[in-house]
Structure formats: structure tokens, C-alpha cells
Design a protein around this ligand. Structure first.
Ligand code: SAM
Length: 209
């Protein structure tokens, strides 16, 4: 998925400089971001609720000789870390799994985990599901592309429509909503940028004092 790679790269670029920072990667999966950041960081905690993903990540970290990577099996909703213990929170393509109030709550906790001057960088699907023009355009484009795959594609559309419209397991939000959530959680110098049609990054800093 070239789009995903571009977003992953943007998240890593926006996380620099790492100079011995303590980092947490929320929804780390098998380590696409964790393993890129770990060589420059002091420590990286990779958090995911999938034991399989974390097992693969730990194996890859060991293969690469990265002894500063640890894994934590947890949902993001239940995750608790010590206050003032981190310099950087990153998350890539994971937080759209959380509903709006869960994102707000998590961002509030992130602000407590970070030391003064700490940074947060989030890359994710960022568009509205509430009918704004850009959201409609992105969803229509995705549906057209998937439909071209024939019956397998039609099945995927039905499944995703069920997930997005009925079960609401995927809750992307537009960039301006992300900017407001970061600002409301106490982050300053909030910046954002669209990376590919459906995905973007937002980043912010905690004040020094
Ligand atoms: C699309 S993958 C992205 C993985 C990785 N961050 C990357 O950049 O490729 C989303 C990851 O989030 C994890 N995830 C989804 N919802 C979660 C939750 N509520 N708590 C913890 N992990 C979650 C999934 O297990 C999955 O590994």
C-alpha cells in the first residue's frame, strides 16, 4: 500500500529529531513505525491489543538487535503509563478505530504521559463520515476502486459499509477535528498536512512549563 507507506514516512519525519527520546507507539501493529524510530530513540514502547502483532514486532526488533523496544499488550482505551515518562507519542493508522470520546480521552492521557516540551504525532485516515464534500469524494473514490475488483470487491464494500455505517468500528475524523482535539488536550503549535487523499498527519507540542 504505497499510500500507507507515505503516511508512515510522514509520521517518522515529523517525529524527528529523536535524540534519545522515550517514545510510545499507539496501535503499533507489527512495528512499521516502532522499528524505524527505535535506532535513534532511547526507548520505544509498542502498544497493541493484538498479541500476534506484538510477537512479530518483538521478533523483528530482536533480529535487528534493537534492545530498546518493549511491547505492551493493551487496548488503547485501557492503557495507563506513568506521568511525565515520555518525550514522544506516535500513532499511525490506528486511532480511527477509536470513537470520538475515546480519542479525546486518550489524548488527555497522552498529555499527562509526556514531559514538558513533549511531542505528539498522529498519522491516520482523516476525513469526515458526516457528508462533507471531501469525505464524500474520498469514500466514492474508494468504493469505485474496490467495485472494479468484481464480486470480491462488492463483498468488501458490503462488509465495510456494515462496519462504517452500522457497527461504526472505524471512526476517521477530519483534520480540523484532530487539530481541535490536540489543542483541547493542551498541545500547542499544532500542525497538520494531508499526505494522500484519505490520510494526513497532525502534530503538536506540550508547553515547556
Ligand atoms: C492498520 S494497523 C496499523 C499498524 C501500524 N501502526 C502501522 O503503521 O502499520 C492498526 C493497529 O491498531 C491496533 N488496534 C486497533 N484498535 C486498537 C485498540 N483499541 N487498542 C489497541 N490496539 C488497537 C490493531 O491491532 C492494529 O495492529
Amino acid at each position: 500500500m504505497p499510500g500507507l507507506e507515505k503516511v508512515t514516512q510522514a509520521v517518522c519525519d515529523k517525529s524527528a529529531p529523536l535524540d534519545n527520546k522515550d517514545v510510545v507507539d499507539l496501535g503499533s501493529g507489527s512495528g512499521q513505525v516502532t522499528l524505524k524510530l527505535a535506532p535513534g530513540a532511547r526507548s520505544v514502547i509498542a502498544v497493541d491489543f493484538s498479541a500476534d502483532m506484538l510477537r512479530i514486532l518483538a521478533e523483528r526488533a530482536a533480529e535487528q538487535g534493537l534492545d530498546n523496544v518493549s511491547t505492551q499488550l493493551s487496548t488503547l482505551q485501557a492503557l495507563r503509563l506513568p506521568e511525565n515518562s515520555l518525550d514522544l507519542v506516535v500513532s499511525n493508522y490506528a486511532l480511527h478505530h477509536l470513537r470520538h470520546p475515546e480519542k479525546v480521552e486518550l489524548l488527555g492521557r497522552c498529555a499527562h504521559w509526556l514531559r514538558p516540551g513533549g511531542r505528539i504525532v498522529v498519522g491516520d485516515m482523516m476525513f469526515g463520515l458526516t457528508g462533507d464534500a471531501q469525505g464524500r469524494q474520498i469514500i466514492a473514490g474508494k468504493v469505485r476502486a474496490i467495485a472494479k475488483r468484481g464480486p470480491a470487491g462488492w463483498w468488501r464494500i458490503a462488509k465495510n459499509a456494515w462496519k462504517m455505517i452500522v457497527a461504526r468500528q472505524e471512526c476517521p475524523e477530519p483534520i480540523d477535528s484532530w487539530e481541535s482535539m490536540l489543542a483541547d488536550a493542551g498541545f500547542i503549535m499544532v500542525e497538520s498536512g494531508r499526505v494522500v487523499a484519505e490520510a494526513a498527519f497532525v502534530a503538536g507540542l506540550l508547553p515547556e512549563s
